[in-house]
Design a protein around this ligand. Structure first.
Ligand code: GDP
Length: 460
């Protein structure tokens, strides 16, 4: 064979058994795969109803749909074949067996189809990330954000910025190359620095988004914490409307952090049920407690649950063992639970008295009393938290780092000024252009590729 690039195949649809299984083949042998399995190559981009046969004995494996996408105008830029089979284990196994026998064909690794699309210039790195986020999106807001990224939101902006830097660099380099020539204007560096200055403010403005885009991608973390038996797990179940945590009348049974993903008003909210945070001499329990405390400490909002039925009118019910106090710096809402069993009705409806951002709610996680107000307040909080997030350019720490480095290089270029420093200015502008190039993956990115593609599923 002249073309040594392996042909890869994978199941691109979900876990079998399923109604339909989509098997994709990509690479130089894709047309051979069609010939071997269905006896012909269908017309490009038309669906063909076909019999899939075992190439060895000729036995019919399945009746299926087949498609042929010749490169370079395919998703990956290479020849691609697609089979839409019935999604049973044995059907898929038989087709894989047949494909595996074709010379130069092997199963794909996670993200390998997308990696080829990147290598063939069909997607830039930020679009690859957008695609990964689209697959992982759990709420409409995340989906919209990922789709914009897939369609080149930050990628195109970075390319445009990079172009402007390269233009400024060209001016400085002209000055360096033709210092002695009379027809090259003296002041080329001035306009270059002026362009760099403008660019610097634009990129800084994008960076000043307070991390809204990243927030939306990660979701808002709400930790449910409080003394053992206060009803944290019951509250989590009530919020999640399913039995996610084991509710038990014995203290200390929720040792680990339980995580539930909610779609609150279209926004992603992750609820953490922390282990009963309290003093303990059991080392295993101590470890769980420490982990719970760490995650809760990093949460965006803490729901501090206390047992309203145990409160005797004083505020002594709030506290962690003998150490007392709420161990969080995050905004904390106090949830007085078990209003149905409260001896002191003063604790009910205490929400309206709160003026500070640290709010108070009275609920019964068991009966559902007061839960609507709490859920509405959480949804309003999420709306504020995610305000403007969808339009944010930056959705990942990688983007932020690249733009920060670019601003740093521009700053160093601007700090030079004056004549005789052209070489240094050019060096910094070059570095700024390289950093932006890394953002879209067009230069020197081998080291970050593995990290990005590792997160994909096989068949994508
Ligand atoms: P956790 O240790 O804070 O997670 O507490 P659990 O959710 O396991 O609840 C401890 C006990 O309190 C269980 O027996 C629950 O049924 C009970 N409980 C939880 N919420 C309420 C409530 O609103 N009212 C009453 N009466 N009991 C509750």
């Amino acid at each position: 064979m002249t073309d040594l690039r392996p042909t890869i195949f994978a199941l691109s649809s979900g876990r079998p058994p399923a109604a339909i299984a989509v098997v994709r083949v990509c690479g130089p042998q894709a047309s051979v795969a069609l010939e071997k399995l269905i006896g012909r190559v269908p017309a490009p981009r038309y669906v063909a109803l076909v019999k899939v046969r075992d190439p060895n004995g000729g036995e019919a494996i399945d009746e299926a749909l087949a498609l042929w996408f010749p490169g370079p105008h395919s998703e990956t830029g290479e020849d691609m074949a697609e089979f839409q089979l019935h999604g049973g284990h044995a059907v898929i196994a038989a087709v894989f067996e047949a494909l595996g026998q074709i010379e130069g064909c092997r199963p794909a690794e996670p993200g390998e189809f997308t990696r080829r699309a990147f290598e063939n210039g069909r997607l830039d790195l930020t679009e690859v990330e957008g695609l990964a986020d689209l697959i992982a999106a759990e709420t409409p807001a995340q989906r919209r954000q990922a789709y914009r990224q897939l369609k080149g939101l930050i990628g195109e902006q970075a390319q445009a910025w990079r172009k402007q830097i390269v233009e400024a660099l060209a001016l400085v380099e002209a000055r360096i190359d033709f210092t002695d020539e009379a027809d090259v204007p003296e002041d080329l560096v001035g306009p270059a620095l002026c362009a760099a200055q403008q660019l610097r403010s634009k990129i800084s403005a994008a960076l000043g988004d307070q991390g809204r885009g990243e927030r939306l991608r990660d979701g808002m973390i709400v930790a449910i914490a409080g003394p053992p038996n206060a009803g944290k797990s019951t509250l989590l179940n009530r919020l999640a409307r399913r039995e996610a945590a084991i509710v038990s009348p014995y203290p200390g049974t929720t040792r680990d952090v339980i995580e539930v993903h909610l779609n609150l008003d279209g926004y992603p909210v992750t609820l953490l049920d922390t282990a009963g945070i309290r003093e303990s001499s059991d080392p295993v329990e101590q470890m769980g407690i420490r982990r719970a405390a760490e995650r809760a400490a990093a949460a965006d909002l803490v729901l501090w649950v206390i047992d309203g039925s145990a409160i005797d009118g004083s505020v002594n019910g709030i506290g962690v063992g003998s150490s007392g106090g709420k161990p969080f710096e995050s905004e904390t809402w106090t949830i007085t639970n078990k209003t149905d069993a409260a001896v002191n009705s003063l604790w009910i409806n205490c929400e309206s008295q709160s003026a500070s951002s640290d709010r108070k709610f009275a609920v019964s996680a068991l009966s559902g009393e007061g839960m609507d107000a709490l859920i509405e307040a959480l949804a309003a909080h999420a709306r504020d938290y995610f305000a403007g997030a969808e339009s944010g350019l930056i959705t990942r720490a990688r983007h932020r780092r690249a733009l920060e480095e670019t601003v740093g290089a521009l700053d160093r270029a601007l700090a030079q000024g004056g004549s005789g420093t052209e070489e240094l200015i050019a060096e910094e502008l070059r570095s700024a252009a390289t950093t932006l190039g890394r953002l879209t993956g067009r230069v020197d990115v081998e080291d970050i590729l593995d990290v990005i593609f590792r997160d994909f599923c096989i068949g994508k």
